[in-house]
Ligand binder design. Sequence first.
Ligand SMILES: O=C(O)CC[C@@H](O)C(=O)O
Ligand SMILES: [Zn+2]
Length: 451
Amino acid sequence: MKQIKDIVGAENVLESREERICYSYDGTFQRGVPDLVVFPGDTRAVARIVQLANEKKFPVFPRGAGTGLSGGSIPIGTGVALVLTRMNQIKEISLEDMLAVVEPGVVTGVFHQEVEKLGLFYPPDPASLATCTMGGNVAENAGGPRAFKYGVTKDYVLGLEVVTPRGEIMRTGGRTVKNVTGYDLTRLLTGSEGTLGIITEITLRLLPKPKEKRTALVVFDRLAEAAAAITAIIAHGVIPGTLELMDNITIRCVEKHHPMGLPLDAEAILLIEVDGGKSQVEEDIQAIERICREENCREIQVASLAQDREKLWKARRAVSSAVVQLNPTKISEDATVPRSKIPEMVRRLREIAAKYNLHMPVFGHAGDGNLHPNILTDKNNQEEMERVEKAVAEIFQAALDLRGTLSGEHGIGIMKKPYLAWELGDAGLNYLQVIKQAVDPNNILNPGKIF
Ligand SMILES: O=C(O)CC[C@@H](O)C(=O)O
Ligand SMILES: [Zn+2]
């Protein structure tokens, strides 16, 4: 304790139970109160804490803003929560090299604004972007609506500085787009959920900011028709920046908590944004309108003004907090299927909700097959929780049957641990465990996560 205070300063340590409880949660219903909360101010301090942890054998749970949806940052058992929000400098934005260098505590939405001021663009846009941090985004390999066209966080990480589980400071990758030197440690660490290293600096690839955008809100009477429109748009060769779906329960929750005139009787809404040059966006939006009409949509509204588009996105980003009002315990899934399987997955999800008699709004990044079936329940209702558990297992089974994955963007954390071998098989799971054991023999960094 005294040694930790010597490293970071007493003012950067929280000890009281009330304060520690504030760092016991993330965006899931999981809880774990750390023994101590520590806010290091630089990489050397992080390294010294990890060295001390190896000496004294206490676990370290790295953490950003705590918006994760798989329990990745929840302390398990005893240990120190290492909060990286003090390290929040944008160190560089280079127009010539089209890259940026940031500390892990930079808020994603702030980073977006800063690069866009210079005519640049950083696509990953998790819905929590107003609060989540870049370090957490890299650790969990976050996605968001724009992943459909632009990919997820790993597609933008050029290099990292990390503190290894033994407390060394290591650099991976660098400032070049091409780099094939040795194993790709940047990719290994991106999405490693705080188990293989603590990210202390990130070098990110940037793009030119798209010149034009159009956003269409398309209303469907039938969910199956919306699902068919999604596959038809993609098959036509149009790649929108985003292609989001909200089902009827989601629409009603959003409308109740953020009224904006969405039709309460519609079975589904698609929120489709195209971006690029002026003539391209016009051509794409016309093709999308035509396809949606062919698939029997009820109505299409197209917004081109930034403030109108932002209104639509505000409603979309509010979905997560709107659906949670249905019931106190929210279980958010991000099982993902190949795009062509979206209609089939939507059908299976509806069957699972009906079979187990559960509130299950479905929304998400339909364009890349990444739906978010949410189960709204009450963790104190034991009988219902048993049904929930079975439903969750069937959701994952359905995704894997359709040759999808357990997690498109939220990570494994605690929530999906029991299912990992279903996707990876014993050999795959063993491979991960061997890597973890080799780099973190004392099991210091974020123990109990992923496996
Ligand atoms: O709450 C959720 O299920 C999803 C959260 C986030 O990934 C989103 O897409 O809004
Ligand atoms: Zn999402």
